[in-house]
Design a protein around this ligand. Structure first.
Ligand code: ARG
Length: 459
């Protein structure tokens, strides 16, 4: 039998394969709350504009609440023949309230309906992502406060570069996450225009009030062009893009955790709650959650690729291709929220090994730059010459199998006769980090200023 929602011109129903490829109810049932909210706003507006009677609108509004509670109680029988959440809800409404249900779809199409529902859903996920990001920022802040002056090696090329502070390293992630949150906020502001009332693509001849529904649904304004309103999936792409960048940031710290928790580094110990064991090697504490976070960016960025590829080249306005938007966004959102929560747990519970960090901070000639800077300041050498002299001193230390502070003054003077005992003041890692007081630098005072600013921002 033909579809009851659109089958008027059809003699026969769809082939089973057609039904299988066409149906989205298997996944878009997640939009039920947004769909019912949008329909209630639409019905109330239709009554306010005298397009339907207020008794019909009341019956629709009440009936939709019954449908909502049935779905929430798990008592709703979703039907593949009814394709998607929109028609499932409306068909059930008809069973409950009868004839007035048929008036709900006046001045509306599934095209503006799905765009509205999906925007409402993505908007909630943006809010959840921001909350998750801020919780993670607080965890990094707590770590930074505890170790604002703990020294550790800073790396470039994963080779020892210069000593930095633990707090400084933690605060670097607070900055990255701050940009992630701001990207989500920007996307939210841009997407917050309501497609409802665009109808199929051209608007409607009914005297609807799009400002009323936009306001009721928490949008800033109605979308200004009905063709664009039903064709736009920018909001989903922006969500996926922001999610991909955020997941990329999480993968970077995840990688650091994998390295740092190794027996070779021992910079951090992950808690029991965020480590796993091996079924054969009893000594193991594996950083599985960190490894999974390192990987999650693959599927989140993959979702973004997938939807970009769906949208490219689509002519205006709506095409069924766009039904492929939801699974990508659902999967990316689920995995981003899980990743943020897992990272928050790991960061909150991890303990830094202050001694191992300090020991590593001094290794690898990490204060060579301090030595070169000293030659510039104390002896007036041009930096390029100071760089060269320091390089020779590093080579000498390497030959002797010692670190820079272990060279004697006499050995140093053989490389450059002007060097005095004062040089030893700058070779210690604590002095090194304390000296880097430039704005945003690693000196504990600068790190504490960053912490204070972020504490204020996060409240
Ligand atoms: N299930 C569809 C989707 O997710 C709803 C819109 C269908 N519109 C239509 N004209 N067939 O995109």
């Amino acid at each position: 039998t033909a579809n009851t929602m659109w089958g008027g011109r059809f003699a026969a129903g769809p082939d089973a394969i057609m039904e299988a490829i066409n149906a989205s109810i298997g996944f878009d049932k997640r939009l039920y709350a947004q769909d019912i909210r949008g329909s209630r706003a639409h019905a109330a507006m239709l009554a306010a504009q005298d397009i339907i009677s207020s008794s019909d609108a009341e019956a629709i509004g009440e009936g939709l609440l019954t449908v909502l509670s049935e779905i929430e109680a798990g008592e709703f029988a979703f039907s593949t023949a009814l394709e998607d959440i929109h028609m499932n809800v409306e068909a059930r409404l008809k069973e409950i309230i009868g004839e007035p249900a048929g008036r709900l779809h006046t001045a509306r199409s599934r095209n503006d309906q799905v765009a509205t529902d999906f925007k409402l859903w993505v908007r909630d996920q943006i809010d959840a992502a921001i909350a998750g990001i801020e919780a993670l920022q607080r965890a990094f802040l707590t770590q930074a406060e505890a170790g604002a002056d703990w020294v550790m090696p800073g790396f470039t090329h994963l080779q020892t570069a210069q000593p930095v502070t633990w707090g400084h390293h933690m605060m670097a992630y607070v900055e990255m996450l701050g940009r992630d949150a701001s990207r989500f906020r920007d996307a939210r502001a841009r997407m917050n225009e309501c497609p409802l009332g665009a109808a199929a693509l051209a608007g409607t001849s009914f005297p609807i009030d799009r400002h009323m529904t936009a306001e009721e649904l928490g949008f800033d304004r109605p979308a200004a062009n009905s063709l664009d309103a039903v064709a736009d999936r920018d909001f989903a792409l922006e969500f996926l893009s922001a999610a991909s960048i955020c997941a990329m940031h999480l993968s970077r710290f995840a990688e650091e955790l994998v390295i740092w928790s190794s027996a070779q580094f021992r910079f951090v110990r992950l808690s029991d709650g965020f480590s796993t064991g091996s079924s054969i090697m009893p000594q193991k504490r594996n950083p599985d959650a960190a490894e999974l976070l390192r990987a999650k960016v693959g599927r989140i960025l993959g979702a973004s690729f997938a939807l970009f590829t769906v949208m490219k080249g689509l002519p205006l306005a709506y095409s069924k291709d766009m039904q492929e938007d939801k699974e990508q966004v659902f999967d990316a959102a689920d995995n981003l929220m899980l990743s943020l929560a897992a990272m928050e747990g790991m960061v909150r519970d991890m303990s830094a090994n202050r001694e191992a960090l300090a020991a590593a901070a001094g290794a690898g000639f990490s204060t060579a730059t301090d030595l070169a800077d000293w030659l510039v300041r104390a002896l007036g050498l041009p930096f390029r010459d100071a760089h060269h002299v320091t390089g020779s001193l590093v080579a000498l230390a390497e030959e002797n199998g010692c670190d820079l502070p272990d060279l004697t003054l006499e050995q140093m003077q053989q490389v450059h006769s002007g060097i005095t005992a004062q040089v030893f003041d700058v070779l210690g890692v604590d002095n090194s980090v304390a000296s880097r007081t430039s704005y945003g630098g690693t000196a504990p005072a600068q790190v504490r200023a960053q912490i204070a600013r972020w504490n204020e921002v996060l409240g």
